[in-house]
Design a protein around this ligand. Structure first.
Ligand SMILES: [Fe+2]
Ligand SMILES: [Fe+2]
Length: 133
């Protein structure tokens, strides 16, 4: 999936991390569809992405809590949904099944596009409105 202007909301750290996230998900998709079946390389990239996501979600959630963001609960639930689906990638059966991994990664990409233009945009607007960097 290509980066789109609508993914950019004007909060520097958030925009930067969203770009990194997309690059990393795309790398995973490429590693699955390249057909070279390097499970270790895939695992490495997936673990990296898992950590990056956790850090990104945590940071957004810290901002929400610190500044009394009223939509925090629903937003955090969406993060948890992503983590739950992402973890399915590490299931041995899925790891060795390119079709299943690809389907899961596309689900994550759909989540990404939807979450960033809705929930993350609302959060960004809130932060910008309150001059929070
Ligand atoms: Fe988010
Ligand atoms: Fe985000």
């Amino acid at each position: 999936m290509e980066w789109k202007d609508e993914f950019q909301h004007g909060v520097l750290w958030q925009d930067f991390q969203h770009r990194q996230l997309l690059d990393n998900i795309n790398m995973l998709v490429a590693s699955v569809t390249s057909g070279n079946n390097d499970v270790n390389a895939f695992k490495k990239a997936a673990y990296f992405l898992a950590q990056y996501c956790t850090g990104h979600f945590k940071l957004e959630e810290e901002y929400m809590k610190k500044h009394g963001y009223s939509l925090a609960a629903a937003h955090i639930e969406q993060h948890n949904d992503f983590i739950r689906d992402f973890n399915k990638l590490f299931n041995e059966k899925n790891l060795n099944d390119a079709e299943k991994s690809t389907a899961l990664l596309h689900k994550l990409l759909d989540w990404y596009a939807e979450h960033i233009v809705t929930s993350d945009k609302l959060l960004a607007n809130f932060l910008l409105r309150h001059d929070i960097e």
